[in-house]
Design a protein around this ligand. Structure first.
Ligand code: ASP
Ligand code: MG
Length: 406
């Protein structure tokens, strides 16, 4: 019998009715002749509320305690789902991350899965049970509970699919798959039937929120096909896999945007070896991830260095680099938070010229100023004024004719 791993996100289990809906879907998958493992997120905004609560108790919640606290959100939803299943006369069991054998390192709030001991899950599947696993959590060598970082249930699901030898991992959410752009902002956006791991990874890390990028990475490494579909309909969704056609007609597959962008510019930096590492080392040590980095050509051995971080990391980043900026003799540091990142992504772009200029033309015609530009082999990103995101997305969607997406 094939093993199917289904993951349901927070909005799919936001209330009792929705939990019963998930139960019916899991039963249907079992009736289809599969062994079913369901990975579940916390109900609705539970995780946010737990974080808020911790912050009301103290400005600096203890890392270890916070992870145990946050892990309870998924315990609540997994137990409720198991109860719903049993009340339908179906054999089921809920398992915490620890009980499911998910071993992680000891980096609280962003733990990495080190390995999975699937014996308990397999034993329960062998008894014809639907196994409900609390997502987003694991346990260290020392049996301390860890969480995998926000949105981590997707990663739990793909990791379990890999370790159980599932044919594919199904991620159910409140949208019907991966779109050419956010359909709430671009009405003409189209759902894609399939997309490659690389393209999905670029879209996810450029702001597309449908699936967590770590889960896609894991899928790519282990060649695990991932279906993203709606938990509220039976439409087919989008299959993320390695066999997506290379030579599609439309080389831009999708447009992503991200409003969580802040820009920091260090002005008057002496241009000599070692300066970049002096600035970026302390940021890395403080666990602040730096995204776009641009260094201007220097004039008289003095240059400006600009980079972006998540808005939520700005205050921390400024604090970290202030003493560094002083020590290297740079003039000053300025920041800007009213920015957004817009990216076009497509694997076919790497062998076809002209995509950057088409993107810049579309922005120019729309009267949108480009603050920064960065690229990868299959992505072109512009940082722009956050007030212009909606127009920009629609203009790019038109310019690249994404309404005709296959
Ligand atoms: N409940 C966690 C969060 O909100 C994990 C998840 O939903 O995947 O981030
Ligand atoms: Mg969530």
């Amino acid at each position: 019998m094939a093993v199917v791993v289904q993951k349901y996100g927070g909005s799919s289990v936001a209330d009792a009715e929705k939990i019963k809906n998930v139960a019916r879907r899991a039963v249907a998958a079992q009736k289809g002749g599969n062994q079913v493992v369901v990975v579940i997120s916390a109900m609705g905004k539970t995780t946010d509320e737990l974080i808020k609560l911790a912050n009301q108790v103290t400005d600096h919640p203890d890392d270890r305690e916070l992870d145990v606290l946050l892990s309870t959100g998924e315990i609540v939803s997994s137990t409720l789902l198991a109860m719903a299943l049993k009340s339908m006369g179906v054999k089921a069991v809920s398992l915490s991350g620890a009980q499911a054998g998910i071993r992680t390192d000891a980096v609280y709030s962003r733990a990495r899965i080190r390995g999975i001991k699937p014996e308990r899950i397999e034993k329960e599947l062998g008894k014809n049970k639907i196994v409900v696993v609390a997502g987003f959590q694991g346990v260290t060598e020392e049996m301390d509970v860890t969480t995998l970082g926000r949105g981590g249930s997707d990663t739990t699901a793909v990791a379990l699919a890999v370790s159980l030898g599932a044919d594919r991992c199904e991620i159910y959410t409140d949208v019907e798959g991966v779109y050419t752009a956010d359909p709430r902002l671009v009405p003409e956006a189209m759902r894609l039937d399939e997309i490659g791991y690389d393209e999905m990874l670029e879209l996810a890390s450029s702001g597309a929120r449908v699936i967590h990028s770590r889960a896609v990475e894991l899928g790519e490494v282990y060649k695990m096909p991932i279906l993203v579909a709606s938990s509220f309909s039976d439409r087919p969704g989008t299959l993320i896999h390695g066999g997506a056609p290379m030579e599609v007609g439309n080389k831009v597959r999708g447009i992503a945007h991200d409003l969580n962008v802040a820009k920091i510019t260090v002005i008057g930096v002496p241009d000599k070896p070692g300066i970049a590492s002096t600035i970026f080392d302390p940021l890395a040590k403080a666990n602040i991830s730096v995204d776009t980095i641009v260094q201007n050509a220097s004039i008289n051995r003095i240059t400006d260095l600009t980079f972006t971080v998540a808005k939520s990391d700005l205050a921390k980043a400024m604090k970290v680099i202030e003493p560094v900026v002083k020590s290297i003799g740079a003039r000053e540091t300025v920041s800007d938070t009213k920015l957004a990142k817009v990216s076009i992504v497509g694997a076919g772009m790497q062998s076809a010229p002209g995509y950057a200029s088409r993107m810049f033309n579309a922005l120019h015609e729309e009267g949108v100023n480009i603050e920064l530009i960065t690229t990868s082999e299959i992505r072109i990103t512009c940082i722009i004024d956050e007030a212009r995101v909606d127009d920009t997305l629609r203009a790019l969607h038109r310019a690249f004719e994404l309404e005709k997406a296959e």
